[in-house]
Every structure is written in C-alpha cells, then in structure tokens.
Design a protein around this ligand. Structure first.
Ligand code: FUB
Length: 453
C-alpha cells in the first residue's frame, strides 16, 4: 500500500514538473501558401524566411518573400512581406521570388534571393532581421548559368563565408567579408552527392560539414551528405526523408534551437484539402530530428500531421499579436497605416503601422497553443477594427471546448477605426490551448492583438 502511494506521488511530481508538451499541427503556416523555408536563429528567436506561392498560383507564381517568427516552435507570428522582387532594380518581372536564405554578419542581415531563368542570385541587406532590406550592389551577385537558384549561405568558424546553389548542377563560391561580393572562381562541384537535385542547405555541427538537399525529382525527398571540409568532397549519407507521392517537391531548412534539431520543408496538404488538381500552392512543415553518435542523421517518415512539441508557453498577460497562431482556418493577414484623421478630408499625422488578422468570417478560428494562465484571469482586451461586427468566442482546449468568454463587437465601420474592447472571462488556471472562434455575418472585423487581465 505504502509503495502504491509513493508511486502515485512520484507520477504527480513528474507531471507537475514536466514542461508543457502539446504538439502543433503541420503545415505550420496557414494564412499564406509558403515554401522554401530558410530558418535563422537570432536573439533566442527563430526567424523563418519563406518564399510565397500566391493564392491563385497554377504554376510557380511568386512575387515576394515572407517572414514568420517563433520562440516555441509551435506558435508562429506572421510579419508579412519582408522583401520582394521590386527591391531589385535589375528584375523587371513580377514573378520569380524563389528560395531565399538570410544570415547575420557584423550586425547586418544579408538575404540571398534567386530569380530564375538566368536572371541570377541577388543580395539584400538590412540592419534588422525584420527589414527593410535594400539591394546594395544594384545587380545580381551571381549570374553564372540557368542553374542559378536555391542559394544557401554559411560562415565558417574562421570567418570564411560560402555560398552554395544550383539545379541540377551544384556550385559554390567563397564570399568576401562584405558578404556582397566574392573572390575566386565559381566552382561547379565535380562529384555531386547522390540524388542531388536542388535546394541545398549548408551547416556545420561538431566539426563536421553537412549539405542537405531536395533529392531526385519527383517526388522530392531530402537527402544529405557530409564532409570534413567546407568545399567537399561530399559523401552521400542517405535520406533524411524519402520522397512521397503526396508532395512532388521538398526543400530543407535546418537549425538547432534550444537543444533540439529541426528540419523544415514543405508539402501540399492545405491546397490538397480543397483541390484535386496539382497547383504550386505549398505549405511549410516542420519536424524534429536526431543525430547518431557518428554525426549521421536518423531518417524520418514523411511530414506528420502533428508536427513538433512546444518549447515553453505563451504569457497571456502580455499583449499577444492576433497573427501569432499555432493553427488557423479561413484567415489572412494584412497591414495598414493608422492616421490621426483630423477631419474627413485631412488624415492628420501617422499614428502607427499595423499588421493584423483579416478576412474574418463566421466559423473561422485562431488556435494559440499552450497559454499559461499562471495568475488566473478576470477579463480580456482585444484590439479590433470593425467592418460588419460580430463576436469572438474564446474556447479552451478544443474548438468546441468550454467557452471562457465572449467579446461582442457591436459596431460597424470601415475597418479603419481601431478600438480596444474588454469582456469578462471565466477564471481559469494552468496551461490551456485557446481557440478564438469568430461568429457573425459577412466580413466581421480586423483583429490586431489580445491580452488577459
Ligand atoms: O520555390 C521555387 C522552387 O521550387 C525552388 O527554388 C525549388 O527549390 C523548389 O522548391
């Protein structure tokens, strides 16, 4: 009997000491079609730069690059368009914003952006990972061949930077310290690793160099090779993930973050839900992976629907941007500038640039995972700009779970007057998933942020 009590006490102790371990859902971004993930860790935050398939894309229709951030790998904050083809004066086309990668050096952020069909690989620079990014050289950094796509950039411990790229050939060049020029010849890697197709991703771990890549089209899986040197020779080590008929393409982005290893890629799961035809409307997915003792990588199954475990929780007593979400349905995001609006003909001074959730209709929802009500709750504030008005039901733990509170937005407007509306909520404690479920007719309102008291 004594033993039984001890076991129960131990299980309870383990349970209260365990970090919150809810799983997210793949694909990780739902408000846009996204592909070609390029994650970068900076200031304890994951910055995920992506390419962007337009909502009406049939083939590749890609005008700009997007940015998402996360500190828990499950809730991602949408920052919208971070750069676009318009940032390059030498690009006249409005299609071709293919797979980018961003890296930090000397407190500047360098984003390498390929434009296909022989236009080349450009570079943009910013003082901030959020942009604005500018083209410092006014011409392509790389203009070598029709293969000039999919750049991956890496800075070695000795300060030498390398740019690899290419489909179907694999090239590299040594970048100068300014990161916007290079020295020496462009090298066409004589022996490509087996199954190399495109989308290389270059990193180093424990003194070993790695190159992951989209392998043998199509469907593309993710293969990888290792080397003792940043310039090869590269030895094929196997597949991180086999190709699968559910996704014709793939494209790796790999990081270590808070003690875990992550591989990003993409599938077509969101577009396939509603469309039987194949269109280039892709969605980024994320998995954990692990290394063996010899540095090789344990193979993964195809992208799961559950994704990765959450690292940490969300603090609901902070202002949380509405565009921070673990999952959503039916929603978009957009930005606008808010003006003082002195009279109907004088907009007055600029108050703020806002980025918010839009296209909100009856039944759409935002899921925020792992919200820690350590101090309980009495009320919620939401910042909204009304269109036809409606309400926000806040459900806990399931989309049809208990309603913690309802915010009524009983005003109609033109979506340009922002108001903070408060509503009482049931007091809950502990870690919960929140579902902000929208109710009403037509397009309801814009939603900027929320905060609990
Ligand atoms: O997104 C356009 C192209 O599709 C990329 O450059 C390739 O890697 C493939 O993902």
């Amino acid at each position: 009997m004594k033993k039984k009590v001890l076991i129960i006490v131990s299980i309870f102790t383990i349970a209260i000491n365990l970090p919150f371990t809810g799983n997210a859902q793949n694909p990780i971004i739902q408000t846009n079609y996204t592909a070609d993930p390029a994650p970068m860790v900076y200031n304890d935050t994951v910055f995920l730069y992506t390419s962007h398939d337009e909502d009406d894309a049939v083939g590749f229709k890609m005008k700009n690059w997007l940015l998402y951030t996360s500190t828990d790998m499950v809730n991602w904050t949408d920052h919208g368009v971070v750069a676009s083809l318009k940032d390059f004066k030498w690009v006249s086309s409005d299609n071709g914003a293919w797979a980018p990668q961003c890296i930090r050096r000397n407190n500047k952020f360098y984003m390498y952006c390929p434009v296909p069909n022989g236009l080349g690989i450009g570079v943009l620079v910013s003082d901030s990972p959020y942009g604005p990014f500018k083209d410092p050289i006014g011409k392509p950094l790389i203009k070598n061949s029709l293969d000039d796509i999919d750049p991956t950039v890496f800075i070695d411990d000795d300060g030498q930077a390398y740019l690899y790229w290419g489909n179907p050939n694999l090239y590299y060049v040594k970048l100068n310290e300014d990161m916007v020029s290079y020295s020496g010849e462009i090298v066409n890697v004589p022996t490509k690793p087996a199954n190399y197709q495109e989308g290389p991703w270059f990193w180093k771990r424990n003194g070993r160099y790695y190159l992951a890549y989209a392998s043998t089209c199509c469907p593309e899986g993710i293969g990888y090779a290792m080397s003792n040197s940043p310039t090869g020779p590269w030895k094929y080590k196997g597949m991180i993930m086999d190709g699968d008929r559910r996704s014709s393409g793939n494209h790796p982005g790999i990081i270590d973050y808070k003690g875990h290893s992550y591989v990003f890629g993409f599938n077509y799961a969101i577009s396939q839900r509603t469309m039987s035809k194949h269109y280039e409307r892709r969605s980024i997915c994320l998995e954990n992976f692990t290394y063996n003792a010899d540095g090789s990588i344990k193979k993964l199954p195809f992208w799961s629907t559950t994704g990765v475990k959450q690292l940490g929780t969300i603090n609901p007593y902070n202002r949380i941007e509405a565009e921070t979400m673990a999952f959503s349905e039916g929603l978009k995001t957009e930005s606008s500038t808010e003006w003082e609006r002195n009279t109907s003909w004088d907009q007055g001074k600029k108050i703020a640039d806002r980025f918010y959730v839009s296209s909100i209709h009856n039944g759409d929802y935002i899921k925020v995972q792992g919200v820690n009500f350590s101090k309980g709750a009495t009320s919620v504030d939401v910042s909204v700009a009304s269109l036809y008005g409606g309400k926000i039901e806040i459900h806990t733990d399931k989309i049809n779970g208990p309603i913690m509170g309802t915010v009524n937005i009983n005003i109609s407007g033109e979506g340009d007057v922002w108001k903070t509306i408060s509503a009482p909520v049931k007091n809950i404690h502990g870690v919960h998933d929140l579902y902000f479920v929208f109710r009403g007719e037509k397009e309801l309102f814009y939603f900027d942020w929320w905060k609990f008291q």
